[in-house]
Design a protein around this ligand. Structure first.
Ligand code: AQP
Length: 348
């Protein structure tokens, strides 16, 4: 069966939305609107999988949910043409996750590196939600039978798990799927979209560590809400090495900080890294950093200003989320009803 081409992706409302989230995910969300029906979700049920002092409590969660929604819109996502909503408003995500809990195998989840990183040394104290995070993510995607998911490199393993769950469901229930007229497969094997020079933006303080919302150092990341001065200062202070920039990409090997800054420039300028090195190769870091700061400010400041304006209009943001949730719910209910029929769960 040919699946309707549909894009789904999500961002957690855990605060400190940064340049990595923007270049690794949101920029792609915007571009994909041209050619696909898109569903973009603020995944609030994922946010609460970490301890409350990390996600910040109810007020913070509400604020961050609205802020991510504002970032989507300010970056150029059109909530009228596409669907923008927060996950918890469509109960089918959690319901389908339960079904997938019964499909996914413990061994598969035990291999998930993000759980190991986020749980840290004290795994016994991690929430079951954190362990089960990739299963809920599979449900988010497959509730819409999405064919494509734009994500950063860090989500690749979770996307592979989504495909494994879809495949096992399709195999385990193949007879029932066929009998109900869905052909050979009910769920698509979703393709991740991980491309470009900024699929893994690194910390400005350590080029071997991912830029991350939860890094204790605010200087490690450029937040989407940073003003021009803060952006320029963080780039000026970004860690580099003593060598000048190389003229060719091969010269970036074993120079993680230089590679990261060139990658950020390339992504913001929408050019290949080679073209950036042609322009700046052989020159001092200080010249390149000034150009990078100017480019970052030019690209990000209008977004920050629009986010600020939008977050003040909570009634508008909440109406976008409610309208998007109503549209998403229709699609997810259709999938969930079919899943119940395939499984033999009697329904009204
Ligand atoms: N550093 C990054 N480079 C490129 N893409 C990134 N993404 C995250 N960090 C980078 C992508 O952004 C999207 C939304 O991410 P998320 O909110 O779901 O959570 P995350 O991946 O856990 O983000 P953080 O910043 O790393 O949060 P913490 O610190 O809590 O772990 C995803 O598509 C992600 O790939």
């Amino acid at each position: 069966m040919a699946f309707k081409q549909r894009v789904f992706s999500g961002v957690q409302p855990t605060g400190n939305l940064h340049l990595g989230n923007y270049l690794g995910a949101i920029v792609k969300f915007v571009a994909l609107q041209e050619h696909y029906d898109c569903i973009y979700c603020v995944v609030d049920l994922h946010a609460i999988t970490v301890p409350i002092d990390v996600w910040g409590g109810p007020e913070e969660l509400r604020r961050n949910t609205r802020e991510v929604t504002a970032a989507f819109i300010a970056s150029g996502i059109d909530p009228n043409k596409h669907i923008v909503f927060n996950q918890s408003q469509v109960a089918h995500h959690a319901e389908l996750a339960w079904v997938f809990n019964c499909v996914a195998r413990l061994g598969w989840l035990n291999r998930m590196t993000q759980f190991k990183e986020k749980a840290g040394k004290d795994r016994e104290a991690a929430s079951i939600g954190l362990y089960d995070y990739p299963v809920l993510m599979a449900a988010d995607i497959l509730a819409y039978r999405a064919t494509h998911v734009p994500v950063g490199e860090d989500q690749k393993q979770h996307l592979e798990l989504t495909r494994d769950i879809a495949q096992k469901f399709n195999n385990d229930f193949s007879e029932s799927i066929r009998a109900r007229g869905f052909g050979e497969a009910f769920f698509p094997l979703t393709e991740p979209i991980i491309q470009g020079p900024a699929t893994r933006v690194m910390s400005l303080r350590d080029g071997t560590k991912k830029m991350s919302k939860s890094d204790a150092s605010d200087n490690s990341r450029i937040n989407l809400t940073d003003d021009a001065d803060a952006i320029a200062q963080k780039i000026r202070r970004a860690k580099t090495d003593p060598e000048p920039l190389p003229g060719e990409e091969a010269g970036l090997e074993h120079r993680p900080e230089a590679d990261n800054l060139v990658g950020i420039y390339a992504a913001l300028a929408d050019k290949p890294k080679a073209a950036v090195l042609q322009e700046f190769g052989g020159g001092q870091f200080s010249t390149f950093k000034t150009a990078l700061a100017d480019l970052s400010v030019a690209r990000l400041s209008p977004i920050a200003a629009e986010m600020k304006r939008l977050t003040q209009d909570t009634a508008y943001i909440d109406s976008v989320l409610a309208g998007g949730a109503a549209r998403a719910e229709v699609l997810a209910a259709e999938t969930m009803n079919a899943v119940k029929d395939i499984l033999g769960l009697v329904r009204r």
